[in-house]
Write a protein that binds this ligand. Structure first.
Ligand code: GRF
Length: 215
């Protein structure tokens, strides 16, 4: 049986769409068992719904505080028994409960070459700095802001006439491919975490990674 993925989204969901397509084509040997969001009415949720994938929404404003929201999000994800949670443009930081449950088996993607330009405005910050090369990073989520162990990166050139939208679009083309390829490697080969090093093909597969990461 293929691995079970829960994908978390906030926006237009083009990364989600590519992952859905790659799973459907069998190039990512996994099933997206649910798509969760922190807001209603997004294009990303509509993409999941049109593909017949169950969705859920967990809005911060519906809970008394951030910790209660984080606990609810954790329960909602855990209910689908995922081997891996994929944060694909999910614009919220995870809290303690979520990390206790999913650390070591939650990947995030970021539109810059970390540790450069962490945070919400990575593309704008890279442009403002004047770098000639930027890119994208897929990493294991930890308690920091885009600080977890790097799993994969792809460089993307900055063009002289780029604005934020044009550069972000070029990065997202690379990001979709990198994310799907990374998830495919993780679910097909397993992975292990030692300090900041993530290796494919270790003895650890999917749900066991958390225990390995904590050793
Ligand atoms: C990606 O660049 C992701 O890294 C960032 O938001 C973008 C998501 O795009 N946080 P989409 O919603 O999948 O089109």
């Amino acid at each position: 049986m293929g691995s079970r993925l829960v994908v978390l989204v906030s926006g237009t969901g083009t990364l989600l769409q590519h992952l859905m397509d790659e799973c459907a084509a069998g190039r990512v040997p996994a099933e997206i068992v649910a798509v969760g969001a922190d807001r209603d009415g997004t294009a990303a949720l509509r993409r999941a719904q049109s593909a017949g994938i169950p969705t859920f929404v967990c809005r911060v404003g519906d809970y008394p505080d951030r910790a209660a929201w984080d606990a609810a999000l954790t329960r909602a994800c855990a209910g689908y028994r995922p081997d891996l949670v994929v944060s694909a443009g999910f614009l919220k930081l995870f809290g303690e409960r979520f990390l206790a449950e999913f650390s070591g088996r939650c990947v995030n993607t970021h539109p810059a070459l970390l540790p450069s330009f962490p945070g919400l405005h990575a593309v704008r910050d890279a442009l403002a700095y004047g770098v000639r090369i930027t890119g994208c990073t897929v990493f294991l989520v930890d308690a920091g802001l885009d600080t977890g162990p790097v799993i994969g990166q792809q460089a993307v050139p900055v063009h002289a006439d780029d604005d934020e939208a044009a550069l972000h679009e070029r990065i997202k083309e690379a990001e979709r491919v990198l994310l799907a390829r990374t998830v495919a490697e993780m679910v097909s080969k397993g992975w292990s975490v030692s300090g900041r090093t993530v290796r494919f093909g270790g003895t650890v597969r999917s749900g066991d990674a958390r225990k390995e990461g904590q050793r």
